[in-house]
Design a binder for this molecule. Structure first.
Ligand SMILES: Nc1nc2c(ncn2[C@@H]2O[C@H](COP(=O)(O)OP(=O)(O)O)[C@@H](O)[C@H]2O)c(=O)[nH]1
Ligand SMILES: [Mg+2]
Ligand SMILES: [Zn+2]
Length: 292
């Protein structure tokens, strides 16, 4: 029996990569009967039945499951924003960071279009590093930071996230010219219709690692959370939370809140804290809707 990873599922066939080879596999009847869904990203055990064909016998336990896009065992999300054009939105960035962390996926922030400068964005780099995130600065145009990005992708399975137009496809093309993914200018000529790929595929990078070909975490909604959980998705709050006067402090209006004190002393970024408060309102609204 061999072990491999499903990189594509299409028309009842599962394409399993094992070492440098890809086998076209079907599911063993037992798995079909159990109606076990096999996802792209699943690690499977399979038997070779032909030169490039096989049968999947077992699906190994999943570490993580993403719904959008449907991919199992995603290790990390590379969250791309542009330094300029379009201006980065910290509120959207924080939203995506929470979505990734809630799904058990490690986020890596990537500020692209470094060649365009961007004073506002430059201030976000140390801010997010201080908050505890890995931050890359790249340019798909002049090659800045691409070797770092290649290193990041080398680990396991990645998805890209971030708004459109920030350079996600351009970055992958710069790392892997053979991919020739459509970028904005090109796809504008072809038209919108062609762009809607429903089938997720993991692309194998020459430098190592697999990347989902569709961006993840596009939803503008927060995942279902309890209000008391939210602060745990802000890693820089962790150091101060144990010193809050009240257990279950929401770090909003409670007296003796160590998080709020840290914000006043600029040990926590006010920008991050304000985003936290905005999300807290959202989570409370979500809870209300759930119990109405
Ligand atoms: N100046 C500059 N432009 C870039 C860079 N990366 C991408 N672009 C441009 O930004 C636009 C959107 O890029 P694209 O890769 O389609 O973005 P996506 O929607 O995130 O996949 C295109 O016109 C690219 O040529 C970069 O690093 N610097
Ligand atoms: Mg794109
Ligand atoms: Zn507090």
């Amino acid at each position: 029996m061999r072990e491999g990873i499903v990189i594509k599922a299409y028309g009842g066939f599962y394409y399993v990569q094992s070492e440098a080879q890809v086998c076209e596999c079907v599911l063993r009847g037992r798995l079909r009967l159990k109606q076990q869904q096999v996802l792209v990203g699943d690690r499977v055990e399979f038997k070779i039945t032909g030169r490039k064909s096989g049968v999947i016998e077992n699906v190994l336990p999943r570490r993580t499951v993403l719904m959008r896009p449907p991919v199992a065992n995603v290790d990390q999300a590379v969250v791309v924003f542009a330094m300029r054009e379009p201006h980065p939105s910290p509120l959207l960035l924080d939203r995506i960071l929470i979505q990734a962390q809630a799904a058990g996926v490690v986020p890596v922030i990537c500020f692209n279009k470094a060649d365009l400068g961007g004073q506002e964005a430059a201030e976000l780099i140390p801010l997010y590093r201080k908050a505890g995130y890995q931050v890359l600065v790249t340019s798909a145009k002049d090659g800045t930071g691409l070797s770092r990005l290649r290193e990041v992708f080398r680990t396991g399975v990645s998805v890209l996230a971030g708004p459109s137009g920030v350079g996600k496809s351009s970055l992958l093309n710069a790392l892997e010219p053979g991919l020739s993914l459509k970028t904005k200018e090109v796809s504008a000529k072809i038209g919108r219709g062609r762009h809607t790929t429903r089938h997720v595929e993991l692309l194998s990078l020459a430098g190592g690692g697999l990347v989902a070909d569709t961006p993840g975490f596009s939803s503008i909604y927060l995942p279902p959370l309890e209000r008391s959980e939210l602060a745990y998705f802000f890693p820089e709050f962790g150091k101060f939370m144990p010193d809050c006067q009240f257990p279950g402090c929401l770090h909003h209006k409670e007296p003796g809140c160590a998080v709020k004190k840290a914000v006043e002393e600029l040990k926590i970024s006010p920008l991050r804290y304000n985003n936290y408060l905005e999300f807290l309102q959202e989570v409370i609204e979500q809870e209300k809707r759930k119990y109405d």
